[in-house]
Design a protein around this ligand. Structure first.
Ligand SMILES: [Zn+2]
Ligand SMILES: [Zn+2]
Length: 122
């Protein structure tokens, strides 16, 4: 998860508080907190404010490779999207291949050193 404010990847799930948090979590949007700048934000696969940019539907990676449309074989309405000429991308991290009409704008985590790999909680 990348913080929408400082782009640190050092973020952890925040505790839900209140009705809004509960309703959003039903929709798959969960509260997070950045451990670098302390900002609290909402995210599904990616932070809500970044969700307008193309990202991997599986792991939320923004660092994508544009590929030929013929390489996308799975997903919803693949044939229609191929026909309509949607841009096709490949995620380098999980190798997911997918179509996206969202703007490609790679958001990379800032190089703030992650103090601890929180391996205690996964
Ligand atoms: Zn931050
Ligand atoms: Zn991925």
């Amino acid at each position: 998860m990348i913080c929408p404010q400082c782009r640190s990847a050092d973020c952890s799930r925040s505790r839900r508080s209140g009705v809004l948090d509960y309703l959003l979590s039903v929709a798959g949007i969960k509260p997070w907190r950045c451990l670098t700048c302390e900002r609290r934000f909402y995210a599904g696969k990616v932070a809500v404010s970044f969700s307008r940019y193309a990202h991997c539907p599986r792991c939320g990676n923004f660092d994508l490779q544009q590929i030929a449309r013929i390489h996308v074989e799975r997903g919803t309405l693949v044939f229609l999207k191929r026909f309509l000429g949607f841009p096709a991308y490949r995620c380098d991290v999980c190798r997911e291949r997918f179509f996206s009409i969202l703007r490609y704008h790679p958001i990379l985590p800032s190089l703030v050193p992650s103090v601890l790999e929180r391996s205690s909680r996964s």
